[in-house]
Design a protein around this ligand. Structure first.
Ligand code: GLY
Length: 530
């Protein structure tokens, strides 16, 4: 394993026992965080609580945990029951280590936590009531994890193996309270999807794909069908953005309802962004909301649309104008799907990587610059690393602004001009990512020409997109046609629109721009100032 394994969960859930066993199996050091804090303080946890209070204990606990996270040693750590309650520290753990929550019933905890006198939080009052209260209060903290394992009636050896398997896989996480989910980026591992779907215990599965994906990748679902003995409903939609319509969504609704699905059914979105958005919207609305799993098969959907819960379809007046936020239960991105993806489609997806990098993640931007040629060629190792970094960057944004009340709007960089270009081309001329690349350059150069963005960053972004093989502009006639669609953008606020800008790489901000001014420049086919 490449990163440390942190075991989280309520007191007496078995963290230390399982952790010590897992560390021995993996041949790495084991640290019990409480013991490390006691060693640092020269006092027992109970004495620390007594002498300096819980606040002082938590501060010391955070300090010691941060040291363990960043000292470069891969190890297994059994966390204290309350260590993950602090949000910022929890998110730091999720970014730098693999976190596995050990779950246990109240009865199990009561039986294991004896004698209560050694547990400061149980030493007084009714232990059962305290455990129930803490479990409830910490539910979000324990749910924000890479995996949860129930320890009730499970032996230590099995639990250690399962926790280590998560650590070896090192999934990413979308930590949004009790709707958190894991994002796996795997290489030719169909069994991962089987495990994820089996874990959801679905009453039926509704596989949604399109004609291209079904033809090229359909066999990848066979292991799921073989392993899970549930009803499988197949919906194969016509491929292409022009079919991202209410008609296609209705096809999913009718297929699912026609089979009499219940609320334990799970929709599996197997395809690119168009399939993912529509399948997600169908899941958001079927029986007022059922679960769904994103299985992205394009680079674009792996790095962007499958993560974050935006779902919907296009209206005749513009893209994605009707939709809902509905988070998936899991995302399983298998790089094997990219083998059959046409190079133009793969390269198109890189625009979303550059977008999230320029606005939120300097190190990802530099990674793309450093490896531009390998990325453009689609070299497996570097591509997987890029996907992981891009997903992590996006997850950070969504985690902090799930419903796009602020920060998340940065992910719309390039999309105002890009969507307009794509819509004007009837969704046939431009692939989504290509239009975003051209739109990103237009918007950044337009903002730079007005002193609202850094010219150096605009030029550097343009150079990177070009190196990756993406278009960095459109003809004046195409921009002029696009001008008519800016006002229909869902990000419009009256006569203004919020557009992401960048004055420091990786640190995007939003600026209010007059729509008429942007339209005039598009009509003139140039971002230059008048
Ligand atoms: N694709 C942009 C977002 O998810 O916010």
């Amino acid at each position: 394993m490449d990163r440390s394994l942190l075991l989280s969960g309520m007191m007496a859930s078995g963290k230390s026992t399982v952790g010590r066993h897992a560390a021995a199996k993996a041949g790495v050091p084991f640290v019990d965080l409480d013991a490390a804090v006691e060693a640092r303080a020269g006092q027992s946890v109970a004495e620390l609580f007594e002498a300096r209070g819980e606040g002082a204990f938590r501060e010391l606990e955070a300090l010691v945990l941060r040291e363990l996270l960043h000292d470069g040693v891969v190890r297994v750590v059994a966390l204290g029951g309350g260590a993950m309650v602090a949000r910022a520290l929890r998110h730091e753990c999720l970014e730098h280590a693999t976190v596995v929550t050990l779950g246990a019933s109240v009865e199990t905890i009561l039986a294991r936590a004896q004698p209560f006198s050694t547990r400061p939080l149980l030493a007084s009052g009714d232990p059962r009531a305290t455990i129930l209260r803490l479990t409830q209060a910490r539910a979000d903290a324990y749910a924000e994890t890479h995996a949860t394992l129930s320890t009730n009636d499970r032996d230590v050896d099995t639990l250690a193996d399962e926790a280590l398997a998560v650590a070896h896989r090192a999934p990413l996480s979308m930590p949004i309270g009790q709707r958190s989910y894991a994002i796996d980026v795997v290489v030719d591992a169909p069994e991962r999807l089987v495990d994820v779907l089996a874990g959801l215990v679905p009453s039926s599965l509704i596989f949604v794909s399109d004609s291209n994906v079904d033809r090229c990748r359909g066999t990848a679902l066979r292991p799921v069908r073989r392993a899970l003995s549930v009803d499988c409903i197949d919906v194969v939609l016509p491929a292409g953005e022009e079919h991202k319509t209410l008609t296609s969504v209705s096809t999913i609704w009718e297929a699912a309802l026609g089979h009499g699905i219940d609320r334990d059914a799970v929709v599996v979105a197997f395809g690119g962004g168009v399939v993912g958005d529509m399948a997600g919207f169908a899941a958001a609305t079927l029986l007022r909301g059922i679960r769904f799993v994103q299985v992205p098969t394009t680079l674009l959907s792996m790095v962007d649309s499958s993560v974050g819960g935006k779902t919907g379809f296009d209206a005749p007046s513009g893209k994605n104008l009707i939709g809902a936020f509905h988070q998936p239960s899991a995302v399983v991105a298998d790089m094997a799907h990219l083998q059959t993806l046409p190079a133009r489609q793969r390269i198109s997806g890189l625009a979303e990587v550059v977008k999230v990098a320029v606005c939120t993640d300097l190190s990802l931007f530099e990674f793309c610059e450093r490896h531009a040629h390998a990325i453009a060629r689609g070299e497996g190792g570097v591509l997987r690393e890029m996907v992981r970094r891009a997903v992590a960057a996006k997850a950070r944004v969504v985690r902090d602004d799930e419903h796009e009340d602020g920060l998340r709007a940065l992910l719309n960089a390039g999309h105002t001009a890009g969507h307009a270009l794509e819509t004007a081309g009837g969704y046939r001329t431009w692939l989504h990512g290509e239009a975003v690349a051209a739109g990103l350059v237009f918007e950044l150069q337009w903002l730079a020409a007005r002193g609202l963005a850094s010219r150096i960053i605009a030029d550097r972004t343009e150079a990177l997109l070009r190196e990756l093989g993406l278009p960095t502009g459109a003809t004046p006639r195409e921009w002029a046609a696009a001008a008519g669609y800016v006002a229909a953008d869902k990000k419009r606020r009256g006569r203004h629109i919020l557009v992401p800008t960048v004055t420091a790489l990786g640190g995007g901000e939003l600026v209010r721009v007059r729509i008429a001014e942007l339209e005039a420049s598009l009509r003139a086919g140039s971002p230059a100032a008048p």
